[in-house]
Ligand binder design. Sequence first.
Ligand code: NAD
Ligand code: KPL
Length: 305
Amino acid sequence: MSSTWHILGAGSLGTLWACRLARAGKAVRLILRDEQALARYQAAGGLTLEEHGKRHHYAVPADTAQTAGPVHRLLVACKAYDAAPAVAALAPRLAADAELLLLQNGLGSQDEVAEQVPTARCIFVSSTEGAFRQAPFDVRFAGHGHNWLGDPRHPEPPPWLDELSDAGIPAQWSVDILTRLWRKLALNCAINPLTVLHDCANGGLLARLAEVDALCKELALLLQRCGQPAAADDLVGEVQRVILATAANYSSMYQDVHAARRTEVHYLLGHACRAATRHGLALPGLEQLHQRLVDTLQARGLPSV
Ligand code: NAD
Ligand code: KPL
């Protein structure tokens, strides 16, 4: 018998996954932060997903970490900085052999979560899908993409992987999930902080390609030193292609900063700088970028970790 999909965090990606699983008839339950969030959810009457201009409602059942009952399969859909504390609060309900899917961008939060649940299987996800919250429990599916799932400790896929394609969730098992996550982290480090510092859309970086290229060179050195040479392959070329293809868009970090939301800098540029220090690698351009970003976030009253 298939396990229930418990979804921790009913934000953009949590709602996107919950609605598609529910639509496909899978057993799904949301786990919300506290009783107040549960009351707000019940007042909203369920989740709303807008796709191709059409709005659909899903009355997905919900509870909180304090509700009784074991959790065998958990999609962790919080921000990177919330993931480990959220999982820790749920730990008493997690089965010893529970499987966790970690949707967080960047690196570092996956290990923080794994420390909370040493006997569980942690599956890392790298997602290029895009969704955003229009209102509480009301999400727009904004960008079709793909999801790569992988487990750095066990190369074999879980038996339930097909449930995702049954639900229309584009997913593929990846034996090199860390390479994918490092590559995405490097792209984010080369683009997102500069869009914040120069207050521009991604395309604004076309006028600053020398600065972008210098960062890519340092990032490529870091990837090599971290044992990820494939993630370094033609990084500068891909960064330039992404800047061109998304020229009119504002990066996720830019959007967070302008909406006065906490960023995931600690798990992106912060992680890159910590990894360089651990390897005794001097990367002055990256360090300076991090410091400028930290100063900018602090000046705006936003957390810099
Ligand atoms: P979000 O802020 O929209 O949603 C996170 C949700 O988690 C919020 O509803 C929050 O209240 C909830 N939460 C936090 N702590 C909780 C707790 N203790 N218990 C229960 N719920 C809790 O975030 P998002 O945009 O869905 O992003 C989630 C992750 O996915 C991030 O790491 C992000 O970088 C990554 N990601 C997002 C997108 C996207 O398009 N939104 C795309 C790719 C990757
Ligand atoms: O993933 C991105 C983001 O905005 O977070 C882009 C800009 C495509 C690459 O950094």
